[in-house]
Design a binder for this molecule. Structure first.
Ligand SMILES: [Fe+2]
Length: 256
């Protein structure tokens, strides 16, 4: 990464940065991580895309211990310039975009509790690290995500941001990819959720070919299982789609 990247100063996100106090995790918290990984690995091995599985090895996730974010970033940064940066919890959108633009992925350090193994509405380290971070080792995906943050950080118009939020949702969070004759997953919300993944495998979700127009026009439902998702052909496709989206935003600035 360039020196310019290293010297980036956060403003909106600065107050959300914390330290991960790794030695303070309790054995029970490591045990919950281990159980979550054990539950998800069979699906992941069969149905996660190649790039996710490669990233998983590259960042060195352990099956029995919560991830140490500094160690993960040390493996990730030389490849794509990304960090898994510890934050205190949910970030407002300006802080979130600012961090993505700086290749810093806002990463929650809190583990979920044993009684919310399947789902937690709060951000947690399992969704953030197991779900998101392996993909940040893939150069094209990593560049797409940084570009997404960079473009969104400059937008004030709520409607435009909502439409671009759909692009994030149907790719980074719930994206699928064709791999030969199969459809594989790369979106963190599918990777980290037994329910979402099973629903797709059992045919409960229609999978359409990715189209930027259709994605931008498909509202997001945050609290119900998905019945429509989109599959890309390659990560180049979303990289290019983001550039196209940027062109459209620049071509039609909001009237205020
Ligand atoms: Fe997420």
């Amino acid at each position: 990464m360039s020196n310019a990247m290293k010297s980036v100063k956060l403003t909106a996100a600065a107050s959300y940065l914390i330290e991960q106090k790794y030695d303070e995790y309790r054995p029970e918290e490591h045990a919950v991580w281990a159980e979550l990984v054990w539950r998800r690995r069979p699906h992941i091995e069969s149905f996660a895309c190649r790039e996710y599985l490669e990233g998983y090895e590259i960042i060195g996730l352990k099956a029995d211990k919560l991830p140490n974010l500094a160690a993960i970033s040390a493996r990730l940064k030389p490849r794509t310039g990304w960090n898994a940066t510890p934050v205190s919890g949910f970030l407002p959108s300006d802080a979130f975009f600012e961090m993505l633009a700086a290749r810093m992925f806002p990463t929650t350090t809190k583990p979920r509790s044993r009684d919310s193994l399947e789902y937690t509405p709060e951000p947690d380290i399992f969704h953030d690290v197991f779900g998101h971070v392996p993909m940040h080792a893939h150069r094209v995906f990593a560049d797409f995500l940084q570009h997404y943050g960079n473009v969104c950080a400059k937008i004030q118009d709520k409607e435009t941001l909502e439409r671009l939020g759909r692009l994030f949702w149907y790719t980074v969070e719930f994206g699928l990819i064709r791999e030969g004759a199969q459809t594989k997953m790369y979106g963190s919300g599918i990777i980290s959720s037994q329910g979402e993944c099973s629903n797709i495998l059992e045919g409960g979700c229609e999978v359409r070919d990715f189209s930027l127009d259709e994605v931008l026009n498909t509202p997001v439902k945050v609290d119900s299982i998905h019945h429509l998702l989109f599959a890309i052909e390659s990560f180049d496709q979303i990289y290019e789609a983001m550039h196209e989206a940027e062109k459209r935003v620049l071509a039609s600035p909001p009237t205020r």
